[in-house]
Design a protein around this ligand. Sequence first.
Ligand code: GLC
Length: 535
Amino acid sequence: MFQTPHWYQTAVFYELYVRAFQDSDGDGQGDLQGMIQRLDYLADLGVDCIWLLPTFPSPLVDDGYDIADYYGVHPDYGSIADFKALIAAAHARGLRVIADLVLNHTSDQHPWFQASRRRQEPYTDYYVWSDTDQKYADARIIFVDTESSNWTWDEVRGQYFWHRFYSQQPDLNFDNPAVQEEMFKVARYWMDMGLDGFRADAVPYLFEREGTNCENLPETHAFLKRLRAMMDAEYPDAILLCEANQWPEDVRPYFGGDPTDASVPGDEFHMGFHFPLMPRLYMALKRGDRSPVADIMARTPAIPPNSQWATFLRNHDELTLEMVTEAERQWMWEQYAPDPRMRLNLGIRRRLAPLLDNDRSRIELLNSLLFTLPGSPIIYYGDEIGMGDNIALPDRNGLRTPMQWDAGFNAGFSTASELYAPIVADRTYGYQRVNVADQLSNPTSLLLLIQQFITTYKTQPALALGDIRFLHHPDRAMLVFERIYRRERILCLHNLSDRGIAIHAPASHDLLADVDWSEGVMTLPPYDYRWLKVL
Ligand code: GLC
């Protein structure tokens, strides 16, 4: 019994920061019109869905995750008309677009907060206010580098307000039905405009309850299920992607359905990020030992038939080390962030290529895992060409530098004399060396390889939809698994070490090299990989 896959179950995603992509009006900031000019690039790359980082009006304390108006577009990026034009232009190319939906909090500049702190109805109870800062003491602090409490005193109201992120991002009070209704309105507004869904930001924290860590509460799931029911009824093709940086067993309930029976359809999120897998890919690679990946996959529960994991190597935030042990975190910091400036909160603020010492074979290897392990792959803009980062910039800004289109003025990003952030221009990762134009004309470039990964992924439903089965190999550096779908089997081999490893492989078709392999022993070179369709 096989159902027809839903689009998001076989899709490749591209995470895009509008400010960094293309400046159309010469003000040094990327904008929506600029992005429209670059849509052909994304269509040619072969991705199916773009995930836009927040483009709302915002004082930009948290780069737009501090929303001051849910119904607008930040003037840096353009207007609502531009947003509509972007969706139309994307759809015309067969690309879908989802955007961040920040439910948990707003900016302190949002008119709701300004009214709430003055106790103006109906906004008095829109936020979480308290006379003491001792409530919900079991909730951890997330931005540990900048915040020392989840409560901040507000002079105007004469009370403390609750915030899980920056103190300029007060948490909304989801116990207030009016707040829940506001969020339904916001979601409808953007989907009416044609948006294909949302990456729902920071969802574990919507409700607070004394005596809990205020994460993943039943009330939170109940609200999210109502949101999903509304979408199913009114926008059946749109999706909700869950940002819950949690262990797999805690993410599982976000898919809904019956956590003990994966054959029951999900009724909460369509998709959820697999956060814990990500650092373990880096761990396994550095140790030359498959166990971190095999163990976390063994700990990953089955999800409903209408759901999908979302997998990624990097994103716009620090590489989070929240879902590892304290000892593993220290080890990861030592290995991947030797300079303290590379560290942020509980993570590492570096891009993919610099994390891997710009070593082509290891960059390929991790990308190969991204496309062959279960879950829809998400590419972070710029990683498809191996862009670098800039640790001299504060917070996560060093990972959000302008896209490197060509070797010309401002890397083809803008005609302005001053940009929102400097373009990476160092000897290794600078735009003169690392750019789209060069890689498009170089048949052995990383960009064209990623394009080939995407094309191959699309022709092999087993990679998107197949079950996974790990196979034993005596060498722990050899990661071997099969993806099995209907009658198809793809054997995926990954050598996590810097030495050749022999393996007996069955008669198969090598999907990437497009050659047949007759059964026998092959030696996989250091950090090499194979996608073998078993004949
Ligand atoms: C999410 C976003 C991050 C943001 C935070 C608060 O974790 O990915 O960029 O700072 O939520 O909104």
